[in-house]
Design a protein around this ligand. Structure first.
Ligand SMILES: [Fe+2]
Length: 291
């Protein structure tokens, strides 16, 4: 199972695509017949972000690719617990078929099998792929444990603020923030190395943007990070080198991840613009599946 892409609806898809390709570092992949902009990284996925014009911001879905049997198992378990499930054939680049599943707080995940991939492209400042997507949740604990039971995901760590969940040996591909509401928290892009993260920060500074948080290095997952509020309203993150964990990784508890006073990451060299991040983390909501 791999996290592949996120599909967003928003006003000003063209301007958002210009930011993500011109400044952030993604490459244009293709434009769909409905005008959807598909943006790719250097890796084998045909796109990482889809942007479709709409009246307001919302998340169409978050897409994963897996074997057919894995998708079938998720469909069966999701239907058994009464989650809305919709069979789907993807018309996005790469195609594939599978299901759309609505999680308890309205999060829509898409699981595809048979989706095609593309030849990687060169570019030291191209993000490689999405490394994680974080959702705000009213009950992060309940949502995370539901993903274990129904989706086959596994909780890697719990902190005061989040529950980190993996769907392969990467420490987390998804996390649920204990936010008190449901929305997109942020989208994280995997960069080649720490230098690529730092050059990314420089590129955004050239455009007058400063990090809302970072550079820094997280505790859980051990990944380096820099967060920005994108002009189209979402929080986006440059990240690199998230921890690869063994099957028997010991699930950490909040008490395992405490910091000294005034410290919230391993380096402690940057301030966090809590207000700007909190506001942006409310912008993209889920739209319920029509089933
Ligand atoms: Fe993150």
């Amino acid at each position: 199972m791999r996290l592949r892409s996120i599909e967003l609806n928003l006003p000003g898809a063209a301007e958002a695509a210009d930011f993500l390709t011109g400044i952030w570092g993604l490459a244009h992949s293709e434009t769909g017949s409905d005008g959807t902009r598909y943006l790719r990284g250097s890796g084998p996925f045909p796109y990482l972000v889809a942007l479709t014009d709409a009246d307001g911001p919302s998340i169409r879905c978050t897409s994963f690719v897996a074997d057919e049997a894995v998708v079938a198992g998720i469909a069966e378990r999701a239907r058994a617990v009464g989650w809305p499930v919709q069979d789907t054939v993807s018309s996005d680049p790469g195609g594939g078929a599978g299901i759309l599943v609505q999680l308890p707080e309205g999060e829509v995940f898409r699981f595809l099998h048979g989706a095609s991939e593309v030849a990687p492209i060169e570019g030291r400042d191209l993000p490689i792929k999405l490394t994680h997507v974080v959702m705000n949740a009213t009950d992060a604990e309940a949502t995370a444990s539901a993903t274990e039971k129904v989706l086959g995901f596994r909780v890697s760590d719990r902190t005061k603020g989040m529950v980190f969940v993996r769907c392969n040996n990467s420490h987390h591909s998804v996390a649920f923030a204990r936010a008190g509401h449901s929305s997109l928290n942020h989208i994280a892009f995997e960069m080649n190395d720490l230098d690529a993260v730092m050059r990314g920060i420089g590129r955004l500074r050239d455009s007058g943007m400063v990090p809302a948080w970072g550079p820094g290095r997280h505790g859980p997952g051990d990944n380096a990070f820099a967060y920005f509020v994108a002009p189209f309203g979402a929080v986006v993150e440059f990240s690199t080198a998230v921890e690869i964990v063994p099957d028997d990784y010991r699930v950490g508890a909040p008490d395992d991840w405490t910091w000294p006073k005034n410290r919230i990451d391993q380096w402690g060299i940057s301030d966090k613009d809590v207000a700007a991040l909190a506001a942006a983390e409310r912008n993209f909501r889920y739209r319920p599946l029509a089933v």
